[in-house]
Design a protein around this ligand. Structure first.
Ligand code: GLN
Length: 198
């Protein structure tokens, strides 16, 4: 028997080469999704969405090259499945890296002195607690890119079609609203979602 879509459990990949992928996996599980660690191209098959975590963009770039993941990741985004990038994950998506989000990020943009800070943002009408850790901001934005939030006039949350990217760490602040927003898209994209056990 087909269950209603609202009960489907979205299967969400988390790029697990480096960075805080475990914090994302925990949050996804708490929100009722099934996280899957992505380390090699075959891990991408059957996913309803993908999270690119924070960490260090150069290390993650080396990892994706070593594992032959760059092209499969581009193809995954091209399929229109929801993708969430946070901090280094946002950098990984930009023009200078995987090139699937039409922005240029400035790494460590908030300066060496202020390596870490928190801010209250509004995203899609909802308050979002944002933890910034050696965070980038968006320097250049393509015309199809929607700016969802900015700090001191610099975009820190953007969306282009199926790609949502933020320069902060919701998963480290216990902030679930951004993942909920992302999972709403993953649920509706989830043609291959597994039925909920309940
Ligand atoms: N400073 C890191 C970079 O530029 C990003 C930091 C993070 O993901 N918290 O790659």
């Amino acid at each position: 028997m087909m269950r209603p879509l609202a009960e489907a459990v979205p299967v969400v990949g988390v790029l697990a080469l480096q960075g805080d992928f475990e914090a994302h996996a925990r949050m996804l599980r708490e929100l009722g999704a099934e996280p899957v660690e992505v380390r090699v191209p075959r891990d991408l098959s059957g996913l309803d969405g993908l999270v690119m975590p924070g960490g260090e963009a150069p290390t993650m770039t080396l990892g994706t090259e070593r594992e032959g993941l760059a092209e499969p990741l581009r193809a995954f985004v091209g399929e229109g499945k929801p993708v969430l990038g946070t901090c280094a994950g946002m950098i990984m998506l930009d023009r200078g890296h995987l090139g699937v989000l039409d922005v240029e990020c400035r790494r460590n943009a908030f300066g060496r002195q202020i390596r870490s800070f928190e801010a209250n943002l509004q995203i899609e009408g909802k308050p979002v607690r944002a933890v910034f850790i050696r965070a980038p901001w968006v320097d250049v934005c393509g015309e199809d890119v929607e700016v969802l939030a900015a700090v001191d006039g610099h975009p820190v949350a953007v969306r282009q079609g199926n790609v949502l990217a933020v320069s902060f760490h919701p998963e480290l602040a216990g902030e679930t609203r951004l993942h909920e927003l992302f999972l709403t898209s993953a649920r509706s994209a989830g043609t291959r979602s597994r039925p909920s056990p309940s």
